[in-house]
Design a protein around this ligand. Structure first.
Ligand SMILES: Nc1nc2c(ncn2[C@@H]2O[C@H](COP(=O)(O)OP(=O)(O)O)[C@@H](O)[C@H]2O)c(=O)[nH]1
Ligand SMILES: [Mg+2]
Length: 245
């Protein structure tokens, strides 16, 4: 299997989870294709009531780079990504890199290139689009979202000893072999705490992590699926991961 040490040899797949993103999906697929014409995208839709899944099907029928994974219902971001990763690794296409990315334009497609390069040229197993390294940041976020993000990151970093500035980040690029080496089935967290548990496992597996600065922009269309329940789950899961050592 190719180790894809160059950008030219890379065959990346973007996992793009969606729940009620009909106002964003077509535009983000266009923006991704404009930025990276060779990348494939897997839309992972949790039976969105607003018809996002049908929009994805229409796009997939017209574009061989677009794929759709329909899930039966909303089970949280973590479960959606785990299904997406399994799909990516089982595919005959032989994807060399697997991305995580939001569908709401918070993650600008212009960062796809530096994230991929951190893996192909920088030697990273996992490249993280990071808000909290020099050059990174957030734009348009209310103070309480920033507080939640920074506080959550600090909590996870301290409790788990993660050498990562932005442990809750969700714009990632994995080298295929790194993803294959993780015991993904053991991951329990359903909501956004998933991002923390995933990085915890990456660090414990001794993989190489690089943080690439990104400016995270608040969504302009549609609404956030972040809830208090999701935040509380993350707090407890991180504590449990710590207790298990
Ligand atoms: N498939 C799936 N996608 C989800 C779920 N929850 C959130 N998403 C998607 O994950 C991405 C990030 O979610 P968002 O609500 O924007 O979170 P925020 O940016 O933290 O406010 C978006 O593309 C959402 O549509 C879920 O339960 N299932
Ligand atoms: Mg968002």
């Amino acid at each position: 299997m190719s180790t894809a040490n160059t950008v030219a040899a890379a065959h990346p797949l973007i996992c793009l989870p969606t729940y009620n993103e009909r106002e964003n999906l077509e535009a983000i697929l266009d923006a991704i294709s404009a930025a990276q014409p060779n990348f494939h995208v897997l839309v992972i839709d949790d039976a969105s009531p607003d018809g996002t899944g049908e929009i994805a099907d229409t796009r997939a029928a017209a574009d061989e780079r677009v794929h759709v994974l329909h899930r039966r219902g909303k089970e949280g971001l973590g479960k959606a990504y785990l299904d997406g990763f399994a799909w990516a690794l089982a595919s005959d296409a032989g994807y060399t890199h697997v991305f995580e990315m939001d569908a709401d334009f918070s993650h600008d497609p212009r960062y796809l290139d530096p994230l991929l390069r951190a893996c192909t040229e920088g030697g990273a197993d996992l490249a993280i689009g990071s808000r909290y390294v020099p050059g990174g940041g957030t734009s348009g976020w209310p103070w309480h979202r920033e507080l939640l993000s920074r506080g959550g990151g600090l909590y996870a970093r301290t409790l788990l000893g993660l050498p990562i500035r932005d442990p809750t980040a969700g714009f990632l690029c994995f080298r295929r072999e790194a993803l294959e080496g993780l015991d993904l089935r053991a991951i329990e967290t359903r909501g956004y705490g998933f991002q923390i548990e995933l990085k915890h496992r990456v660090v414990r597996a001794g993989l190489r992590v690089l943080e690439v600065p990104i400016v995270f922009a608040e969504r302009e269309r549609g609404s956030s699926k972040m809830t208090g329940k999701i935040a509380v789950e993350a707090v407890f899961k991180v504590a449990r991961l710590r207790l298990r050592g």
